[in-house]
Design a protein around this ligand. Structure first.
Ligand code: ADP
Ligand code: GN1
Ligand code: MG
Length: 365
């Protein structure tokens, strides 16, 4: 059935009159629209179809986001000069009080206030942006450290459980459901040769050497909005905020942000890790978090960058072998292109690993 967006918007308590909706942003998971209102003095909105094949419990997901944004807003209220409409996401409630709307086709919709005059970048152009990105995710984590009301609901259990992801990947390789394995033997071998090394963080957690904290878990650079001066505005895309290890956030930020190429670059010569951008992320992140992190956690940060890049390569290749059921793709080989770019990035990190570790030491002492 054709979607009537105006009717969907009518379920939410918006201010102003619906005027138009246009597809917006470059997320790989949800479908996002910018909704404009016709009055100049009324806000615009962001409307999303939540990918409920991935996020199966939408009511609990909605509660998590409500709790997280309420807490962040409370923190901002105590910081002079805060802009409560732009420095934290504002979810819009529905008339039935659920905070989401399920349409006749089974799609789940939600709305936020649109954050105006914000930029989100898919690629960084300088180390200052990396520093700001690191600071944004560090600040996000430290502000949520005292979230009341018990643990958040684990919306995606084992999301960054690399040990589990490797086991699932091995199973997928065995099944080879759409006959693509023959094209990717080299990539599978590369990843399997390293599988023991990348089970380390989960093992450390099991042994009680590192603890779980509330972390974002999807720290792509386009999930932080910056203002016109490239200062931190707001961390967005809160679907995966859950208990997890600290190296997941800084690791994924570096994986995504310190790449000299694109996540899906077909030209592998473009892809490498820029050590200056790495340094910017680490400096910003540790400025916000070093007081609370334990020495064991600090020791995992450089490793986290390799871990998340490795895991992402496993996830993209797993989806390719499975026939592209998870990530949005724009070409039949898109997930394979992404896998190869992650592998190239990982190799570049392996080459620079000593330097990465020494920068972590520098900014944590
Ligand atoms: P996905 O999970 O698909 O990545 P996001 O929640 O990150 O979805 O939203 C997609 C894009 O929409 C973001 O990268 C960002 O550019 C933009 N965006 C998201 N929320 C807002 C907002 N409240 N105001 C302005 N832009 C936003
Ligand atoms: C997805 O939602 P988005 O586009 O910010 C994915 C991340 C991956 C990323 C790779 C819930 O992020 O884990 O790292 O794509 N989110 C989910 O680009 O799987
Ligand atoms: Mg996003």
């Amino acid at each position: 059935m054709a979607i009537n967006i105006e009717q969907v918007v009518g379920q939410f308590k918006i201010e102003g009159t619906y005027s138009e909706a246009k597809i917006f942003g470059d997320g790989l998971i949800n479908t996002t629209y910018k909704v404009k209102t016709s009055e100049n003095d009324q806000p615009n909105y962001l409307l999303q179809i939540i990918n409920h094949h991935i996020f199966k419990n939408v009511p609990e997901l909605t509660k998590n986001i409500q709790r997280v944004t309420d807490h962040l807003r409370l923190k901002l209220e105590n910081i002079e000069g805060s802009d409560l409409k732009r420095q934290v996401l504002t979810p819009i409630d529905t008339f039935d009080g659920n905070g989401f709307f399920k349409d006749e086709d089974g799609n789940y919709w939600r709305m936020f206030l649109f954050i105006e005059n914000a930029r989100s970048y898919n690629q960084l152009s300088n180390a200052n942006q990396a520093y700001v990105g690191g600071k944004a995710f560090g600040q996000f984590q430290s502000r949520l450290a005292d979230l009341p009301g018990g643990p958040l609901y684990p919306v995606l259990p084992d999301f960054h459980n690399t040990e589990m992801r490797i086991l699932n990947f091995q199973e997928r390789v065995k099944q080879d459901p759409v006959g693509r394995l023959k094209e990717v033997k080299e990539e599978v071998d590369f990843l399997m040769q390293r599988s023991e090394e990348y089970k380390k963080i989960v093992q450390m957690g099991r042994e009680g050497l590192i603890q779980e904290r509330i972390v974002h878990q999807d720290t792509k650079f386009n999930n932080v909005l910056l203002d016109e001066k490239d200062d931190i505005l707001c961390v967005i895309d809160l679907d995966t905020v859950m208990p997890g290890y600290v190296c997941y956030d800084i690791g994924d930020a570096i994986r995504n942000g310190a790449n000299t190429g694109l996540e899906d670059d077909r030209n592998l010569d473009n892809v490498s890790m820029n050590i200056d951008l790495f340094e910017g992320f680490i400096k910003g992140f540790l400025e916000e978090t070093k007081e609370v992190l334990t020495p064991a956690e600090i020791d995992t940060l450089a490793f986290g960058a390799k871990l998340l890049t490795y895991e992402q390569a496993v996830r993209f290749l797993d989806d390719y072998i499975d026939g592209d059921n998870y990530y949005k793709v724009i070409a039949p080989d898109h997930n394979l292109v992404r896998t190869r770019a992650q592998i190239k990035l990982l190799q570049s990190m392996e080459e620079q690993y000593e330097k990465m570790e020494s920068l972590v030491q520098k900014y944590s002492s």
